[in-house]
Design a protein around this ligand. Structure first.
Ligand code: CAA
Ligand code: NAI
Length: 247
């Protein structure tokens, strides 16, 4: 029960890595606010988890790219649980295209969710973490943000920017008792990767020393470490969870 009595907000929590994190956190005694704009899936999953009888899971519908939506779900979480200890900025999208074919709309849309969304949620949650004198913020970068990836101009830009924001906030917020770190997953078996052509997946797999794609649980365990007291002296780091695809 490494998160017993803690309250976490996990964005993009209705599917994939975010949902694996919700399951992991609830099993460790954490109360979790699942935030997603996909209401149907999020509500049903929260209901299933509550049957476990460990930490409580509550769904909040929200769009991280929309500041008024973010302010409203953060307020709702505070009212529901009375405090906030952990923020996992996990929501993210892709709109892949070669740079010469990438539309301005798709460039901007990915920035709105993956970059502005991280800023919006962090700024809205911060007063509550500061109030506690302790808190954990975990951002989600990607192997694409660190090394680049064909077809991902917009996405790689945001995931590199997340590293810059993580390190900046680690410097700014450390003195307030808040640790800020990032996880950089490699290719992980979720809906996001399901859209990638098989040929590209095969190329990626061949580059991974561990010989397999990541599972959502692999990433959730990294979030757990960075959210728990076990990482109290870890700040401003980017934890690569990618089977060693790039070194
Ligand atoms: N590495 C090397 N070459 C690649 C490549 C890659 N990752 N992806 C595409 N190419 C090559 C293709 O093989 C093709 O080569 P040829 O012209 O010699 O046949 C050329 O680039 C053009 O590719 P397409 O014919 O597929 O061009 P398109 O315009 O129809 O599609 C694309 C381009 C949208 C980028 C498509 O190739 C694609 O979806 N690629 C995968 C992008 C990707 O890896 N996305 C990751 C999503 S998962 C995620 O984002 C999570 C994370 O953090 C990692
Ligand atoms: P996914 O597509 O399976 O799930 C993403 C969830 O985020 C969905 O439930 C979706 O509804 C939600 N979401 C999207 N935009 C939102 C918004 N504006 N507001 C609220 N919720 C929103 O994706 P996956 O794979 O679980 O990705 C999670 C995070 O991990 C993302 O930040 C992604 O970029 C990152 N990542 C994923 C990798 C992978 O290979 N799957 C690799 C590296 C990073």
């Amino acid at each position: 029960m490494r998160l017993l009595g803690k309250v976490a907000i996990i964005t993009g929590a209705a599917n994939g890595i975010g949902f694996a994190a919700v399951e992991t956190f609830v099993n460790e005694g954490c109360h979790v606010a699942l935030v997603d704009f996909n209401q149907e899936s999020g509500e049903e999953k929260a209901r299933q988890l509550n049957e476990l009888g460990k930490g409580k899971a509550v769904f909040f519908q929200g769009d991280v790219a929309d500041r008024s939506s973010v302010d409203s779900f953060v307020q709702g979480v505070k009212e529901q649980f009375g405090k906030i200890n952990i923020l996992i900025n996990n929501a993210g999208i892709t709109r892949d295209a070669m740079v010469h074919k990438l539309s301005s709309e798709d460039f901007q849309k990915v920035l709105d969710v993956n970059l502005t969304g991280v800023f919006n949620c962090t700024q809205a949650v911060l007063p509550h973490l500061i109030e506690n004198g302790k808190g954990k913020i975990i951002n989600t970068s990607s192997v694409s943000g660190v090394y680049g990836n064909v077809g991902q101009t917009n996405y790689a830009a945001t995931k590199a920017a997340v590293v810059g924001m993580t390190k900046t906030w680690a410097k700014e917020l450390g003195r307030k008792g808040i640790n800020v770190n990032a996880v950089a997953p490699g290719f992980t078996e979720t809906n996001m990767v399901a859209a990638v052509p098989e040929k590209v997946i095969d190329q990626m797999k061949a580059m991974i020393p561990l010989g397999r794609l990541g599972k959502p649980e692999d990433i959730a365990k990294a979030y757990l470490y960075l959210a728990s007291d076990d990482s109290d002296y870890v700040n401003g780091t980017v934890l690569h969870v990618d089977g060693g695809i790039m070194m």
